[in-house]
Design a protein around this ligand. Structure first.
Ligand code: SF4
Length: 360
């Protein structure tokens, strides 16, 4: 019989397995603490379990771990971007973001992505597969191992992949991260970021877990949004906003909208007016991010001031005006500082360098 990947199963599933092995179910808590608090990689290290139980566990389960393939450290703000190799040699990226009294991990949920957002470095390489629960948990455990003095306070699913498209594995990993015998990260400190998958949002609204939801909006105009976030053709703004309203009504939680400011696309006065009208009456806040085109993977051209897609950030004055208009119309908005700019910490870039043949 194939061995079970022990980090792929919930605590209840582990209890059932232990009973099948003739062991007491309470052992599941002990094993969870070894796996997720101590972060051990072998059953031998679980020293408060008897040898008989450790042998049974070894026979029934295996413990996965990720292999560090590359990392980049920001000299500006301490951000570290990791490239991990999975057991099937695929690679994923995860980011460590320390800030004042919090430490956020940005995790990937899939190898590649199906959704093709036009500004995303992961998009051109398509979708390979979902990450397993164990692989998602291993991202957090591996980063913790490399940063032993930093307690993880927040998790954001904003790395490679669409978390609501790998719903079951992402939710299972969140429940384990949240468990007091595991990482004990509060559900409110965990954010799921979606490009707007309405069925997943509806499912999430019914969960008894107070996770934060963030939606990549980027435009209040269907035509522009469809060009930036192609899933908008399947779930246009009217349906997306109805789903957001339903979500806030059901969960009593606000939604965060992510909005990348792009010159001549979504940052004019008219765009600000459309955005205020779209969000009117909705329990939400808006995170604005200035587009960062100065990146080797985006083929930035100094002569045109744009990247390969022709995107560039608006001037600071225009961004200020955009924010001012939103604020005056009552929108809760803030301009987020881009982290790890010197290492280009957006999703997908390390993986792309690893996939590129070396230049001779
Ligand atoms: S931004 Fe997110 S959803 Fe869009 S292509 Fe990139 S990884 Fe996929």
């Amino acid at each position: 019989m194939d061995k079970i990947d022990i980090k792929n199963i919930s605590k209840d599933e582990l209890r059932n397995e232990l009973v099948r092995l003739g062991e007491k179910p309470y052992r599941a808590g002990q094993i969870f603490r070894w796996l997720y608090k101590s972060g051990v990689n072998s059953f031998e290290e679980m020293t408060d379990l008897g040898k008989g139980l450790r042998d049974k566990l070894k026979e029934r389960f295996h413990i996965t771990k990720l292999i560090l393939a590359d990392s980049k450290h920001s000299l500006i703000d301490g951000t570290v971007k990791y490239l991990f190799k999975l057991e099937d040699v695929n690679t994923i990226e995860s980011v460590f973001l320390p800030e004042d009294n919090r430490v956020t991990l940005c995790l990937s949920s899939q190898v590649g992505c199906k959704f093709g957002c036009s500004f995303c470095a992961s998009a051109p390489f398509g979708f390979i597969r979902d990450l397993k629960t164990s692989e998602i948990l291993d991202e957090a455990l591996s980063i913790r191992r490399h940063n032993p003095s930093s307690a993880i306070t927040n998790i954001v699913f904003m790395g490679i992949g669409e978390p609501l498209d790998n719903y079951d594995n992402v939710m299972k990993s969140i429940r384990i991260m949240n468990d007091a015998d595991a990482m004990k990260i509060g559900a409110r400190k965990i954010t799921i970021s979606t490009c707007g998958l309405i069925p997943g949002m509806k499912r999430l609204a019914g969960e008894k877990l107070q996770v934060e939801l963030s939606v990549s909006l980027h435009s209040a105009d269907d035509k522009v949004r469809s060009a930036l976030v192609p899933i908008n053709k399947r779930y246009p703004l009217k349906e997306l906003m109805a789903a957001c309203k339903e979500y806030t009504k059901k969960t009593k939680r606000i939604i965060t909208f992510e909005y990348i400011l792009l010159k001549d696309m979504n940052s004019s006065k008219e765009d600000a007016r459309k955005l205020s009208a779209l969000l009117k009456g909705l329990m939400c806040k808006v995170n604005l991010i200035m587009y960062n085109q100065v990146s080797p993977v985006r083929n930035y051209s100094a002569s045109t001031g744009t990247d390969a897609k022709g995107y560039k950030a608006p001037e600071a004055a225009q961004a200020k005006e955009f924010i001012g208009m939103l604020k005056r119309s009552g929108v809760n908005v803030m301009l987020r500082k881009s982290k790890g700019e010197d290492i280009d910490a957006g999703c997908g870039q390390l993986r792309i360098s690893a996939m590129r043949p070396a230049r001779g």
